[in-house]
Design a protein around this ligand. Structure first.
Ligand code: BYC
Ligand code: FE
Ligand code: FE
Length: 483
């Protein structure tokens, strides 16, 4: 018997699922491994494959002590398959089969739907690594560079997590899907990644921080919903992934927070009161707050699109089938079947916006998006506290969900960040006030310079409050040229 808490490092693929006793799946994964390494070397972090990076590796799935820190060359990182421990007597927590024993095998009649959910989840993970591959060249410090690479190796591990499920539970189809996960690429005109936001560029570090704050948070919400799944291996996989996701959002929240801090400090030192005095603020070599707002608008709305349409039969079917639940399903007090309930959904009615009660089952995407928006609000509130403490008079604000949307009720119309429906001309005239313009992008790009002296930071961002793994301020988190 294998020990389900500690990770077996004897096999080529570290795991806590007893792979050494599961020869067939081990063989399939070993066969997939070289293609993965090729992908990592070709489309993972550009130019840092020989660097020694101070990374954490999971050695256990015990929440109290799962990580070990050490210098690793990224291609030699021990990507492993780690599932949270199996809960005794776990039941399907919602939907048509609520109360039945959770499934240890794929429920035959829902096989295609389950596979699709796993493939979509799997597709986003390598996509984000591809999107971020050029950022090492402009890292504002070794601390930030290391955090980028930590996020990247963990997203790589998340791909392994989904590939394990595909190869163990879906036979030949699963092996084919695993191959295709390495063949689609972010932004590829012929074989793009599956979801919109994962084909966008991540051109600069502010985008990276906004992405890990907003888009990794979609990851959190989706993983929370899949962690409720009646298909137990998926639930256990997602529960462990969520512990890693927390760090990705930390990187985003503190990255934006430190950017805000530096801007406000520089404004105060220079005696600039007006945050909209953009040229003077930019002359200080920091990113003005209105531009930060535009970047937030962009990444928030791209992430809202990841929840799908507000009203969705896919979502209703996945819930009914017991495959994908709600955020904190077990804490919700209702019948967990929703056949008689309604939920308010945002609709465009005669040129204005209304909330319309809709059958709750078909409104599950809207509901998860509402939970997501609340989670984002809290983080934005923490950013505003940073601004407030510096005395600068400015507040960041999330735009209305009708603003700048590509999916759902507002995909065909334009709205202002306050939610006023606009004509195409009005939109065209105001767009650059609300979303990053070419000039904004060029300005941000002009600040992006690589800083590789331990303990030093680019001028546009404040140092972090504490180091990683309690390391001192001048710790060399990445040895770029270790020879
Ligand atoms: N782009 O019924 P609908 C993460 C498609 S992020 C392109 O409205 P549904 C991470 C949809 O596929 C989390 N297409 O939506 C973060 C469907 O197509 P088909 C990733 C889109 O299916 C950072 C049609 O439109 N995990 O982990 O209820 C770094 C109608 O769909 C989009 C998941 O998403 C779009 N934005 O919901 C690294 C969880 N939206 O089938 C990683 C698994 C919709 O008619 N996925 N479409 O051809 C799901 O639960 C659902 O598929 C979705 C969409 C929530 C994505
Ligand atoms: Fe992930
Ligand atoms: Fe993530």
């Amino acid at each position: 018997m294998h020990d389900a808490i500690h990770v077996d490092y004897d096999t080529m693929i570290p795991n806590n699922v007893g792979l050494s006793e599961d020869r067939k799946v081990l063989k399939a994964l070993e066969k997939w491994h070289p293609g993965y390494i090729d992908w990592w070397k070709g489309l993972g972090p550009d130019g840092f494959q020989e660097a020694l990076v101070y990374l954490r590796t999971a050695v256990s799935v015990d929440p109290k002590g799962w990580a070990k820190f050490d210098y690793v060359k990224m291609p030699e990182y021990r990507w492993g398959i780690l599932l949270a421990p199996q809960e005794e007597e776990r039941k399907v927590p919602f939907g048509e089969y609520k109360g039945e024993a959770a499934w240890q095998e794929v429920p035959g009649e829902h096989r295609a739907m389950l596979r699709r959910l796993i493939v979509i989840q799997g597709d986003t993970e390598p996509a984000s690594v591809e999107q971020q591959r050029h950022l090492g060249a402009t890292a504002p410090s070794l601390y930030d560079m290391r955090n980028l690479f930590q996020v990247n190796v963990e997203e790589g591990r998340h791909l392994w997590a989904m590939v394990y499920l595909l190869q163990k539970y879906f036979g030949r189809d699963g092996r084919e899907e695993s191959e295709e996960l390495l063949q689609r690429h972010s932004g590829d005109p012929d074989k793009p990644r599956m979801l919109g936001a994962f084909n966008e560029a991540t051109p600069d570090w502010l985008s990276f921080f906004m992405f890990t704050f907003f888009t990794d948070r979609d990851g959190k919400m989706q993983l929370e919903s899949l962690a409720q799944s009646g298909f137990d291996p998926l639930s256990r996989t997602c529960r462990f992934m969520l512990t890693e996701e927390a760090h990705h959002m930390f990187v985003g929240e503190t990255g934006v927070g430190r950017t805000i801090q530096r801007t406000c400090d520089a404004m105060n030192e220079a005696g600039i009161d007006d945050p909209y005095d953009i040229n003077r603020v930019r002359d200080l070599g920091v990113i003005d707050l209105p531009t930060l707002q535009k970047k937030a608008n962009m990444h928030y709305t791209l992430s809202l699109d990841l929840f799908g349409s507000e009203v969705s039969t896919n979502a209703a079917n996945a819930f009914n089938a017991g495959l994908k639940g709600r955020f904190h399903e077990s804490r919700i007090e209702d019948d967990h079947q929703l056949t008689k309930d309604t939920y308010p959904v945002v609709k465009r009615v005669n040129g204005h916006i209304e909330m319309v009660d809709t059958p709750a089952l078909s409104a599950l995407n809207m509901r998860l998006r509402d939970d997501y928006a609340r989670d984002c609000e809290k983080g934005v509130g923490r950013w505003n506290k940073i601004i407030e403490k510096t005395g600068v008079d400015f507040q960041l604000k999330l735009p209305h969900t009708a603003f700048h949307r590509g999916i759902g009720e507002f995909a065909q119309s334009e709205a202002s960040p306050d939610g006023d429906i606009l004509s195409a001309d009005e939109w065209a005239a105001r767009k650059d006030d609300w979303l990053p313009s070419k000039a904004d992008g060029d300005f941000i790009a002009s600040l992006m310079e690589q800083v590789t002296t331990p303990g030093k930071y680019a001028g546009w961002i404040a140092p972090p409050k504490v180091g990683i793994d309690n390391k001192p301020g001048d710790f060399e988190y990445v040895k770029i040229d270790p020879s």
